[in-house]
Write a protein that binds this ligand. Sequence first.
Ligand code: T46
Length: 141
Amino acid sequence: MVTDLIDLKALDDERGGLVAIEEFDVGFEIKRVYFIFGTQPEVIRGLHAHRELKQVAIALSGRCTFLLDDGRERQTVVLDDPHRGLPIKSMIWREMSDFSPDCVLLVLASEPYDEADYIRSYEEFREAITATPSDPCRATI
Ligand code: T46
């Protein structure tokens, strides 16, 4: 398994939902937050890996599907519950697809935006994985 969904702190009550997220819950200092919405169902986003960046993705509403690839195995995860987060450690190829029209995808990130951290070629990603001896500490969220 490439990753595993985490349960977020749900404080829902009869008035509605409330989810609180602190750095402790995601395992890194949150330096950036962005959200993705209005993606057409036929669109595939992502198609890259990050050298260092760690992230947690949460579908605040609607649904989308992540394909995650660590160079050894591939995993498909459907995100459709705002109470659950998807940790994505460094050096994971990701593709997002099957966005529902109401999907709002929130992403918490460990670093500011840096285009140099992206690997946007799958071949380059495979070469980098092969060249880097696996170090479970470096890649752990
Ligand atoms: C990721 C997946 C889950 C910025 O200038 N600042 C930002 O913080 C972000 C996230 C993007 N950008 C620029 C970079 C591109 O020129 O916005 C443009 C669209 O980004 P991109 O094509 O990388 O978007 P996605 O949806 O393919 O990927 C995004 C994140 O970029 C990426 O880090 O892991 O969501």
